[in-house]
Design a binder for this molecule. Structure first.
Ligand SMILES: C[S@@+](CC[C@H](N)C(=O)[O-])C[C@H]1O[C@@H](n2cnc3c(N)ncnc32)[C@H](O)[C@@H]1O
Length: 202
């Protein structure tokens, strides 16, 4: 069977923030920015950073060292405009060009359900986070019939992605060096916070 495709965000990039996607994302942005534990000097990575809104908003809270990766160059162009002092790179979420244990915080906002290999993403997060570092994943929270329909449509159209429940999401990280700290939600948005184990490996 032929390989699955990624949804393309390049065409949306210029209007992303002001358009439907940006407005829909507001609940996810709020969940992340209100819950991430931050202090000055932390190294913070956003996986699938898109136009950089999360990195920008976190940088308004604390003096962070911000890093973003994404697979769509046009989304990254917008992120670089918004966050000119940050390192914003073209890279996939399962092969990120930074050293082991570099980051205090990793966030993935509205991106996890697009990632083609979520187990490889979990391993990469475990590699990149310091022991005790936190991973925050904000993703859609859909009732069962809608979730099933969305996932079936993605499968039929051979598009990478899957919308998960919070339990399914956490299960992917247990056994990869993470413990679950908590989950929260606000209607169709959910946030899961996991901690990189302080001892033990991947
Ligand atoms: C819905 S957008 C969210 C962007 C941003 N996080 C936000 O909340 O505004 C999803 C982003 O994930 C990126 N993405 C999809 N697959 C990816 C992958 N394998 N590695 C890195 N980024 C990926 C897309 O290019 C897109 O910019």
């Amino acid at each position: 069977m032929d390989e699955k495709r990624d949804l393309k965000f390049d065409k949306l990039a210029e209007d992303y923030d002001e358009g439907f996607e940006g407005k829909l994302s507001e609940k996810f942005y709020t969940l992340v920015t209100e819950n991430v534990e931050l202090s000055d000097g932390m190294d913070v990575l956003e996986m699938g950073c898109g136009t950089g809104t999360i990195l920008y908003r976190l940088s308004q809270r604390c003096r962070i060292n911000g890093y973003g990766i994404d697979t769509e160059e046009k989304m990254l162009e917008q992120a670089r405009k918004k966050c000119p002092d940050m390192q914003i790179l073209l890279a996939p979420c399962d092969d990120v060009p930074y050293e082991d244990g570099k980051f205090d915080v990793i966030a993935a906002c509205m991106a996890y359900h697009h990632f083609p290999d979520r187990k490889a993403f979990a391993r990469e997060c475990a590699r990149l986070l310091k022991p005790g570092g936190r991973l925050y994943i904000a993703d859609p929270r859909l009732p069962l019939p809608i979730r099933k329909a969305v996932n079936a449509a993605l499968e039929i159209h051979r598009i990478n992605g899957k919308v998960s429940t919070a339990d399914e999401l956490c299960e992917n990280f247990i056994g990869c060096g993470f413990i679950k700290l908590y989950e929260k939600h606000d209607s169709y948005a959910q946030l899961v916070c996991l901690e990189r184990e302080r001892q033990g490996g991947i």
